[in-house]
Ligand binder design. Structure first.
Ligand code: ADE
Ligand code: ZN
Length: 331
């Protein structure tokens, strides 16, 4: 029998497409592209997924992404994730992609963009899963490199709804990218940013005030600053929280200590997301399952999380309405 958490209609708002590269596909693409991995088997790849913090994960994540070479590779990666969405009743997904991870090793923008967007189109017609695409800048690289990436993306702007900021947070505050985000907004992009995952509440303030983000990715450290919590509640700025990710990257020691329930009870607009599901042990349903059992969320709170996922999405109010209506019949 399928868990009700699998069948709950929901949206995903924080998924790095490169982080959906399962070890099986990593090994298969390495073979297809004649790349030698430093692992002898799928089991060895999986066994390497023991992280101490964000950086120790990112080192493996960027190494794994090297197997992605052709348009077909990006299509296969994205399609596999979208099939998972359909199986878990994720009706809408807003997907991050990291152009610099690919263009800096010589893959043209056109190659990864076409592979990803063709899969998104096919998912709409064949799986009934809608989507939007968010271009992330790698914050450990320079603001000039981010600006050049934004300029490369301009010919594709109709297919990209927003820009975001990911990679190593500490030491790379949002303020470093203020001019890039100013330009992105002037070009018509919405904005989001990872902040308050490992970084301090001040980075969340900067993302709001300087980058003018529509949502904060992670944001769990906001609780350290009561004025920030008040602001997030008052303005209902959503947090895209990633429970399994936070445990794998040691943001919290164990799920029972995760502050997701506390954030909800403080009145924040919290959503549940998978971040890098192939690396962190689960997609959307597994993340819902993990918080339900460890934090004892009520059925009302689970439905609230699903409602928040649509309300915090970039779908128009008219597009959100049928999902919210469907969810209102759940309790
Ligand atoms: N890139 C992929 N996953 C990430 C995360 N959790 N935080 C920052 N950058 C990332
Ligand atoms: Zn992330």
């Amino acid at each position: 029998m399928r868990s009700p958490l699998t069948t709950l209609p929901k949206a995903e708002l924080h998924i790095h497409i490169e982080g959906s590269l399962e070890p099986e596909m990593m090994v298969a693409l390495a073979q297809r592209n004649g790349i030698t991995l430093p692992y002898a088997s799928v089991e060895e790849v999986r066994a390497a997924y023991q992280f101490e913090n964000l950086q120790s994960f990112l080192d493996l994540y960027y190494a794994g992404a090297q197997v992605l070479q052709t348009e077909q590779d990006f299509y296969d990666l994205t399609w596999a994730y979208l099939q998972k969405c359909a199986a878990q009743h994720v009706r809408h997904t807003e997907i991050f992609f990291d152009p610099q991870t690919h263009s800096d090793r010589g893959i043209p923008f056109e190659v990864f963009h076409s592979g990803i967007t063709q899969a998104l189109k096919d998912a709409k017609t064949e799986l009934g899963v809608s989507s939007a695409l968010i271009l992330c800048f790698l914050r450990h690289l320079s603001a000039e490199a981010a600006m050049a990436t934004l300029e490369q993306a301009l010919p594709y702007r109709d297919s990209i709804i927003a820009v975001g900021l990911d990679s190593s947070e500490l030491g790379h505050p949002p303020s470093k990218f203020q001019a890039v985000f100013d330009r992105a907004r002037a070009e018509g992009f919405l904005t989001v940013a990872h902040a308050g995952e490992e970084g301090p509440p001040e980075y969340v303030w900067e993302a709001i005030r300087l980058l003018k983000v529509s949502r904060i990715d992670h944001g769990v450290r906001c609780v350290e600053d009561p004025a920030l919590v008040d602001y997030l509640v008052e303005h209902q700025i959503p947090l895209t929280v990633c429970p399994l990710s936070n445990i794998k990257l040691c943001v919290f020691d164990e799920m029972a200590q995760h502050n997701l329930k506390q954030l909800m009870e403080l009145g924040l607009c919290v959503t549940v997301n998978s971040d890098d599901p192939a690396y962190f042990g689960g997609y959307m349903a597994e993340n819902f399952q993990a918080v339900e059992s460890a934090l004892g969320l009520t059925p009302e709170q689970l439905v609230q999380l699903a409602k928040n996922s649509f309300k915090a999405s970039f779908l128009s109010p008219a597009e959100q309405q049928p999902y919210l209506q469907e969810l209102s019949t759940y309790i």
